[in-house]
Design a protein around this ligand. Structure first.
Ligand code: SAM
Ligand code: SF4
Length: 315
């Protein structure tokens, strides 16, 4: 369905939990988040019903996210329920990968089509420093488990952080040499935990082009500009919410784990879906799509106008 500004909205990011087994410094505080009660989060059945209603409104792709989606009990059953919705073309998940050794085969069998795995550094010490409680080995084992389970075209998400991982850009790009993975560099956005960080932490994705002049542009894929090093099997993606606003092409809406539809990541606008079913649910989702804000104001305001941090939205 089209929004007020003529954009075709086809992509839902569905957050299944705001809890996480990591505490990435840019995303969450050291103590994590207060656990919401059972009645304050959407049940697995309610998440599936929102998926069905969203597809009835023209959504073609659903991505499960969080918090860490794999810490949510019942996430494999949810995949199975969503995958059976006629008209859904793609079911994807963004995960920190740490629990994939346990879940990758079950997710594949339940019908999950695609995986994005977040890895911000390939240095073991820096990985633990950034995530506060993760270790690189688990994430790499997760990537290997995903491949072994039959996932293809896996995307690796790397958030660019000034003073932290820019020196690793060539090493991360080297992952595309022999593997059909896409390494996607994402500009850090001033939202939630990192909203007040010093300006030098927020760098343009041009840093990637500077660090690897061999990259040749290929095409755009959704919000990512794709490049490739000639001869490499995999691709490199740049996602630039700060330096090149892609609001004009934004095709996504989000639903939080406490049942709020967010038509724009960086707007305070939220539509409560709690307790709605059937035609009332479809009508609320249509309203959210129609009134999707035209663009974000990150560059004018210096930080996001969203009332929530990323772990409470899902990225
Ligand atoms: N826990 C999962 C993970 O880390 O992949 C899924 C949720 S996480 C919120 C989704 C994505 O958002 C991750 O790739 C993460 O790096 C990214 N992210 C979190 N905070 C961000 C920020 N301030 N700017 C840009 N990306 C961010
Ligand atoms: Fe957890 Fe993902 Fe946020 Fe890191 S970025 S704390 S893994 S939700």
């Amino acid at each position: 369905m089209k929004d007020l500004n003529g954009r075709n909205i086809e992509y839902l990011r569905l957050s299944v939990t705001d809890l996480c087994n990591y505490r990435c410094t840019y995303c969450m505080g050291e103590d994590g988040v207060a656990k919401l009660g059972h009645s304050d989060i959407l049940s697995i059945e309610a998440l599936a019903e929102i998926g069905r209603a969203a597809v009835a409104c023209g959504i073609k792709k659903i991505r499960l996210t969080g918090g860490e989606p794999l810490v949510r009990k019942g996430v494999v059953s949810l995949c199975r329920m969503l995958k059976s919705i006629p008209g859904l073309a793609e079911l994807a998940m963004t995960t920190n990968g740490s629990l994939l050794p346990e879940y990758a085969f079950a997710l594949k069998e339940a019908g999950l089509d695609r995986l994005n795995i977040s890895i911000d550094t390939l240095d073991e010490t820096k990985f633990t420093e950034l995530t506060r409680r993760g270790n690189l080995r688990d994430a790499l084992d997760g990537l290997a488990a995903a491949k072994a389970a039959g996932f293809t075209n896996i995307k690796i998400n790397t958030v660019l952080i000034g003073g932290f991982n820019l020196d690793e850009i060539p090493k991360l790009i080297a992952l595309t040499r022999d593997e059909p993975v896409s390494v996607r560099f994402i500009e850090l956005m001033p939202i939630g935990e990192c909203a007040g960080w010093p300006k030098n932490r927020f760098v343009s994705a041009d840093a990637v082009l500077g660090a690897c002049p061999a990259l040749v542009p290929e095409k755009t894929e959704g919000v990512a500009e794709l490049y490739r090093v000639p001869g490499h099997i995999g691709t490199v993606g740049l996602i630039r919410p700060l330096s090149h606003s892609f609001c004009g092409d934004c095709n996504r809406i989000r639903v939080t784990t406490d049942g709020k539809l967010k038509p724009c990541l960086h707007s305070p606008l939220e539509i409560d879906l709690n307790g709605l079913t059937g035609a009332a649910l479809i009508s609320a989702i249509k309203k959210g799509i129609f009134y999707k804000p035209e663009r974000h104001h990150l560059n004018e305001d210096g930080q996001s106008a969203s009332l929530r941090g990323m772990h409470r939205i899902g990225g």
